[in-house]
Write a protein that binds this ligand. Sequence first.
Ligand SMILES: NC(=O)c1ccc[n+]([C@@H]2O[C@H](COP(=O)([O-])OP(=O)(O)OC[C@H]3O[C@@H](n4cnc5c(N)ncnc54)[C@H](O)[C@@H]3O)[C@@H](O)[C@H]2O)c1
Length: 442
Amino acid sequence: MRITVIGTGYVGLVTGASLAYLGHQAVCVDVNEEKIKLLKSGVMPLWEPGLESMIRDVELQGRLDYSTDVSASVPVSDAVFLTLGTPSSESGEVDLSALWSVVRSIAPMLHRDTLLIIKSTVPAGTCEQIEAYLHQQFPASASIAVAHNPEFLRQGSAVRDFLAPDRLVFGASRPEAHHRLEEIYAAIQSPVIKCGLREAELIKCASNAFLAMKISYANMMSDLCDALGISVDAVAEGMGLDRRIGSEFLRAGAGYGGSCFPKDLRALIALAAKEHLDMELLKATEAINRQRVQVICRRLEGIFGSLEDKQITIYGLAFKPNTDDTREAPALRISSMLQEAGARIRAYDPVVAGLPDRQVDVDTDMYEAADGSDCVVIVTDWDQFNRLDWGRLRQVMRSPYIFDARNMLDIAVMTENCKRYGLHYMSLGRPSIAPDVPLTID
Ligand SMILES: NC(=O)c1ccc[n+]([C@@H]2O[C@H](COP(=O)([O-])OP(=O)(O)OC[C@H]3O[C@@H](n4cnc5c(N)ncnc54)[C@H](O)[C@@H]3O)[C@@H](O)[C@H]2O)c1
């Protein structure tokens, strides 16, 4: 099938490349000329494991192209995917301006047999409005069908998630649209939910909100465990083995971030408010997540008293490992709050090279970033932090504090490291480990 994907960001590029990999002829379109120029010259505009090699393969087979111009590919496409960003507006509602501007501009180019597939995450009701708009504005094209096919990929494992999803959701008001989606995804083995447009829209937001709620629940429990002096690890393991609960998203830490969970939660709260419903559970989820940054900063103030002139090193800037995406990343809020309290911030991230508009020195070497530091705070759980040379790290640091704000390090291993190198290890909802030697703060 000939497919155009409009909006070549994290979702659009993975969608275009994966559909080409499945045998379709795909064109990825974006308004960002620089991005399209990079892609055409073989440079990846974003970092996502496995994506570059898949792109090289499908490019060689002539199945993936890039463009800034919708008019060349849309009129000859069997399906057009819209993967535009749908960020939060000031009020918490979703800003659909990019999506609508593209719908308006491509509407005259769509032909009777094109399926317009909205993949962006949108509030329930949006796709019906788009379908109604197409029918009202262009009676000649009244048979153009609109579908919603929400995307559940996770950055960091996006290619695998796209090609082997837990489920595919096909929302449409007409059977022929469901059928076209089945053809597009024929090569993927996965359960399929065929439903209406609004149901598909809500499945996506409700799923993200539920996962965010699970994270906040784990964080709430970790605060209680801290107060009781017990380990949240055992509590989470004991809960997670119950199949009705499941173990994923139960690890306490610095909270969720990224371009999806925060805005999808806000969008659901705003959508429900229009229906005079108060999503109290989701509001509590947000509040707990916001407090994580304060919990971490308070713990640091508890050690040092004042953070004035203390040097804190942040390990991990992206909102999760295996991505370079720093949208709504907890590391940004933590570094701002620590700076406000007087601390100097240095940072290291395996793939984020810098933070525009922020006074944070980002080093390319993790030991250099910790040079002269009073505390290293792990904010993103990159696997490489499991393999740190703790002796070397202690040598370059001014004070011996390690704050694992993702609970990623093994307590037994860190107990040994604390003994051996005189480190002081802290995490969330787990007892701290002090070295055998008395601590001094320089
Ligand atoms: N990032 C994720 O992990 C993820 C996962 C599932 C769903 N989603 C949803 O998918 C959608 C896209 O998310 P994303 O993270 O890929 O966004 P993104 O910001 O990375 O990409 C959006 C792209 O659209 C382009 N664009 C903007 N206006 C345009 C226009 N008029 N014409 C053509 N291109 C235009 C931008 O230049 C950008 O490259 C959102 O609705 C998001 O909620 C994201």
